[in-house]
Design a protein. Sequence first.
Length: 256
Amino acid sequence: MGVILKVESVHKSFMGVSALKGVDLEVEEGQILGIIGPNGAGKTTLFNVITGLIRQDSGRIYLNGEDISGTPIYSRARLGMARTFQNLEIFKDMSVLENVMSGGHLHLDSGLLECILDSKRKRQEEEDLISRAMALLRLFGIEDKADQDAFTLSYGEQRKVEIARAIATRPRVLFLDEPASGMNPRETEELDSLIKRIKEDMQLTIVLIEHDMNLVMDMCEEVVVMFEGSVLTSGSPREVHRDQRVIDAYLGRDVV
Ligand SMILES: Nc1ncnc2c1ncn2[C@@H]1O[C@H](COP(=O)(O)OP(=O)(O)OP(=O)(O)O)[C@@H](O)[C@H]1O
Ligand SMILES: [Mg+2]
């Protein structure tokens, strides 16, 4: 197992405000890496830069040794990056099944012509897409909701739909931005075992931003602590949890 993702000296400012001040990060293949830090530390901005939603001002990003610093977002998705969003982004007016299927469309081989002609191959691909999406819904325990509009589901279930859609793209690295936010304790516990299982079944690498320290302590092999746009420290969840600098940085804040 080597380093699958490397972030090197990444800077990003928004109208003069520094959100990332030279962030370095390495993610080992097959690892669940946690990113924690107080509000405004730059965690989501880091995800946005890594996945290509926004462009860094300077610094480089490598996926599996390949420099992807200037690669557009859709190419990064094809290279095996998938993510979920802090503010939950699903297609609310589409059915649960369609939401998850939309993730799988990334790898369809049929071109425009086949779509127009509705060729046999296209129909076969569509059927495969449906059965893969249904398998994911079963895994997430929401297969009975497949035909419902996504907005009719509870918030926790909508989060599951979003994660299932990301997984349907068959990623190598999955980025989860506060997946447990808005979930009740039972849903959070369920999510915990689900993510671990998916990681094993699909040999995924996972990078997880999370404020729920129980989840981080239980799931992550390594934790990176961000503070004011920089990496404050990193280590095992245990090491980080008792690090005085981390405790000081969070004093009076909402984490740890
Ligand atoms: N698109 C943007 N335009 C302007 N400023 C931004 C933008 N995105 C992020 N910022 C700023 O960058 C800083 C880092 O924000 P970011 O959302 O990355 O923090 P975070 O660690 O994810 O915080 P939270 O825990 O609240 O989600 C903040 O000061 C934020 O206001
Ligand atoms: Mg954030």
